[in-house]
Design a protein around this ligand. Sequence first.
Ligand code: SF4
Length: 219
Amino acid sequence: MGDFPIHSVLQRCATAVADQAPAAMFGLRDEGYASLYEQLVSSLISVRTYDETSTEVSRRLFARARTPEEMIALERQELITLITEATFAPAKADNILALSQTIVDDYGGETPADYDQLIAFRGVGPKVASLALGVALNHPIIAVDIHVHRITNRWGYVATSTPDKTRDALAKKLPQDLWVEINRVLVPFGKHVCTGTRPKCSTCPVADDCARVGVEHSR
Ligand code: SF4
């Protein structure tokens, strides 16, 4: 599908979910939690945690500590309590404290705006680093989560078996101005329209452009 109208499709998807809550990190950024450090921490908190929960948890945490210096001043137990609703709270608290300490000790308190340096932090994988750099700094990095993976495959825009392979395929064909945008739009679109089971194809604004690969049951 070399002529897939990706700009127009994403624009229609964005319009369809304009009234829905934005993906957690984009929402936090728009509330003012826009620094790379805040985005890195909230991205870490969001791993395997519902968007609504991770947004709440991040807000509560940032009310107490918004910088690496403020974070390492917290007691470990207090940090665990602040983020307790996130999955794996004790491990995430340890990772947040460790990376904050390293940022203070080795980087003079400035979170390094570099993918390789970010993924060197314990607990920070490719998705967390990509999302933080993309959302905070608009770095042209594609953050592929399960929604982006599922929907671009249903469209027939890519044909891949894992989110990692989808990221590689998108890097080859997705126009760069959409690399951050695709995550911002397709997370809420995947929750409310092109859902995991029984997507709402009958009212979908991009149905005419969608190959519906692998979709057997829809609404
Ligand atoms: S037509 Fe169906 S499968 Fe295709 S994007 Fe819309 S909801 Fe998803």
